[in-house]
Ligand binder design. Sequence first.
Ligand SMILES: *[C@@H]1O[C@H](CO)[C@@H](O)[C@H](O)[C@H]1NC(C)=O
Ligand SMILES: *[C@@H]1O[C@H](CO)[C@@H](O)[C@H](O)[C@H]1NC(C)=O
Ligand SMILES: *[C@@H]1O[C@H](CO)[C@@H](O)[C@H](O)[C@H]1NC(C)=O
Length: 386
Amino acid sequence: MRSLVALGLFVAPVFAVVGEWGQCGGINYTGDTVCDTGLVCTVLNPYYYQCLKGTATTTTTTTAPTTTATASLQALAKAKGKHFGSATDNPEFTDTPYTSLLFSSMFGAITPGNSMKWGPTNPSNGTYTYTNGDDVLNRAVAAGQIVRGHNLVWYNQLPSYVSALTDNATLQAVMTAHITNEVTHYKGKLYAWDVVNEPFSDSGGMRSWLYQTYVGTGYIAAAFKAARAADATTPLWLNEYNLEYAGSKYTTALSTVTDLVNQGVPINGVGFQGHLIVGSVPSQATIVGALNAFTALGLDVAFTELDIRMTLPATAALLAQQKADYKTIVNACLAVTRCLGITVWDYTDKYSWIPGVFSGQGAALPWDENLLPKPAYDGIVEALKA
Ligand SMILES: *[C@@H]1O[C@H](CO)[C@@H](O)[C@H](O)[C@H]1NC(C)=O
Ligand SMILES: *[C@@H]1O[C@H](CO)[C@@H](O)[C@H](O)[C@H]1NC(C)=O
Ligand SMILES: *[C@@H]1O[C@H](CO)[C@@H](O)[C@H](O)[C@H]1NC(C)=O
């Protein structure tokens, strides 16, 4: 046997290691997958993983898709009178496999995650920068997609020149100037504007922040009026999370929005963000009830930032529950005529905000970090087809 081994006629299984820069994975790759000491198999794109120095930030065990993502979510949603969209952000545009799917017939609507917000567009008094927002808009329009403006007034990502203010009249003046400038810039180009984002406290009542403190609740009506004055037709929305539950936040939101409608404030819709947790999604009946409370005011509704997170690692059982949870949301929207559509807060776990904000949680989206569809994708397809 010795001699045979030496001659190579008997070869025991050998797991060769891959050296630096070598391929270690990817769709249809059948070679070695273990990198040499000190190297990490890093996902560059779904087709090519490479052994690189350093610590991987994106390596997770991926679950093989149960189908390939061939069905267009937008086409299926459109057949039901809805749209299906994704959020995105400009730094992701260097990722060609990602943009190939984002700006494809898979999705019908795009929301810029950051680039139309107050801080990024109006960093100092009188200075306006729309380059990144325009880039999102132009790519989406070229792909035949509609774009949601997000957002004009929010407690977060404010320009520092605004955060430093405390004078009521000056705060009102800078808000009106910013809204007038940005809404005019995008006039007639967006399917909706999120005018005021997250104005309510998680425990009920109004969120305590700069404008609530120094201007008062009237800032909300003033923002909608300024937006309408700059653009007579684009639908104007209020956008909030945790409205899916009939809790104190929902109660405050409903009474505040009812007041706005009764005062003749130009508001057209309420966005249900839909940042939810696997296994804790309310029943379809509860969600439909919450949506209908706002449509009864003559408003449109939509799921505007949907993601359903889990405690990592993703297991088959969690992915199956997530599939059921996505179906619940899609079915709730389908059950409400004035639910205009569903937008996921980016489509892939690769670019989800969840792990950076909720430690130990993630895997919240219908595509995994390798841009492969998860059971959640199948669930959306099943619900839209039913
Ligand atoms: C992977 O291999 C299968 C079977 O040969 C083939 O049908 C498929 O197109 C390949 N996928 C890619 C992305 O090349
Ligand atoms: C912004 O600039 C205008 C004129 O350029 C000035 O009147 C106003 O006071 C400034 N506001 C702030 C908050 O700096
Ligand atoms: C801010 O000014 C408006 C009038 O422009 C007034 O109605 C409101 O009460 C003031 N807010 C505060 C907190 O004083």
